[in-house]
Design a protein around this ligand. Structure first.
Ligand code: FES
Length: 119
């Protein structure tokens, strides 16, 4: 009998999918200042959208640069990867601790009224 759920987990879609600049991602008020969340992108894909302590919006591809696992939403200024424990700065995406050898890939976004849109 086959056992479901073993082996390497499927990697969820990540990145911007088929979305184009100007497409809305999430309400600005849904992203706490100094925090962030994983959001589904229209047309497929996911992004980590964050707001810095000064209120600037930024986004990152949520695939860990180590082997591609989806990172967790930020907590206390840190984003961690649940698979092997790499950590990243939530505001810059910079690598804090490996085994990953580089930071998160930035994706251009901007605030437009009360929404965050692809940049
Ligand atoms: S996949 Fe993220 S630390 Fe290995």
């Amino acid at each position: 009998m086959a056992v479901a759920g073993c082996g390497t987990p499927a990697k969820p879609a990540a990145g911007t999918g088929t979305a184009k600049p100007g497409d809305p991602l999430v309400g600005l008020a849904d992203i706490p200042q100094g925090g962030g969340k994983l959001v589904d992108v229209p047309g497929g894909g996911r992004l980590l959208v964050v707001r810095t302590k000064s209120g600037e919006v930024r986004a990152f591809d949520p695939r860990c640069p180590h082997t591609g696992s989806i990172i967790s939403a930020p907590a206390k200024g840190i984003v961690d990867c649940p698979t092997h424990g790499s950590t990243f700065d939530a505001e810059t995406g910079d690598l804090r601790k490996g085994p990953a050898t580089r930071g998160l890939t930035s994706v251009p976004v901007r605030a437009a009224g009360d929404r965050v849109v692809l940049g």
